[in-house]
Design a binder for this molecule. Structure first.
Ligand code: PLP
Length: 278
């Protein structure tokens, strides 16, 4: 597999960074993940805008212009022997003697790789997926896509331990998101999503679902969702670049709502498929 490291394309075995990289030492960096359908990046401008937001949030200068990012991604995509890809890229605060303070004049480390795109299985789409719930104990800048993911890793493992696909989190009695997905609910025929504040990642798929629903005239409201309301919602969905939209049909080992994907999910899933590059 050919990857990109600091301006060079090379086999992954040859891509090496220093153990002093601040990404390795402090998790001091940010990342993005862009789904690529049939070699076309999906919503790249939105991903690059979110990258800029994450970089601004950790006070790290963007090492590339949007045009440069787009052309590196194109080149990387062209070098892979498969059509549907997931491009992962991260920017760290570079290599320096270990010290918490920002090192002056150190170039950022840029690493990018592209793997075959994981997509939901037919069974997951048809039957929905299981989740567990937990109190959200992560930091309060979940709007930044940082590589410091241990909080999310621990949350995801709770799901894995229970044979579920995600952990849906609540903070102070309100729905936030899942370990690597946004969470939307359907209440009385309206799709309801928590606001994009500092407590959740502004998901690009969440944004896509919002636009597709609005354009199709489906009722959509952005407002806080209490834990109590979430548990009795008519439907719950997970959205992410690899899950697209999936229905939650089991929560904490019990059937969720009817225990089957609901009618709004079917509509949203069809809309999403219709809008995907093909
Ligand atoms: N929330 C978290 C914590 C995530 O890690 C992700 C994606 O990895 C998402 C939400 C969904 O974001 P997107 O739709 O941009 O993939």
């Amino acid at each position: 597999m050919i990857v990109h490291l600091n301006g060079h394309f090379l086999p992954i075995e040859d891509a090496k960074i220093s153990v002093l990289d601040r990404g390795f030492i402090f998790g001091d960096g940010v990342y993005e993940f862009v789904p690529v359908y049939r070699r076309q990046p999906f919503r790249l401008p939105q991903h690059l805008a979110r990258l800029q937001h994450s970089l601004d949030g950790i006070r790290l200068a963007n090492p590339h212009t949007e045009t440069e990012w787009a052309s590196i991604i194109d080149e990387l995509v062209a070098k892979q022997p498969f059509d549907d890809q997931g491009v992962y890229f991260q920017v760290t605060r570079g290599v320096a003697k270990r010290d918490h303070t920002f090192p002056p004049g150190v170039p950022a480390t840029v690493f990018m790789m592209s793997n075959p795109l994981a997509m939901p299985s037919a069974e997951q789409i048809e039957k929905g997926v299981a989740v567990v719930s937990a109190e959200d104990n992560r930091w309060r800048r979940c709007d930044l896509k940082t590589i410091s993911l241990v909080g999310n890793v621990l949350m995801r493992q709770l799901a894995a331990d229970a044979g579920a696909v995600e952990t849906v989190m609540f903070r102070d009695g309100h729905l936030t998101e899942a370990s690597a997905s946004n969470v939307l609910v359907v209440i009385d025929g309206t799709i309801v999503a928590p606001p994009k504040d500092n407590l959740i990642l502004p998901g690009i798929t969440y944004g896509a679902v919002y636009e597709f629903a609005r354009d199709a005239g489906l009722p959509f409201e952005i407002r806080p969702v209490t834990r109590a309301k979430a548990f009795v919602a008519d439907e719950m969905w997970l959205t992410s670049s690899t899950k697209e939209v999936l229905a939650v049909t089991s929560m904490d080992g019990r059937p969720f709502a009817s225990g089957a994907p609901g009618p709004m999910f079917r509509k949203m899933h069809a809309l999403f498929q219709a809008h995907k590059p093909r």
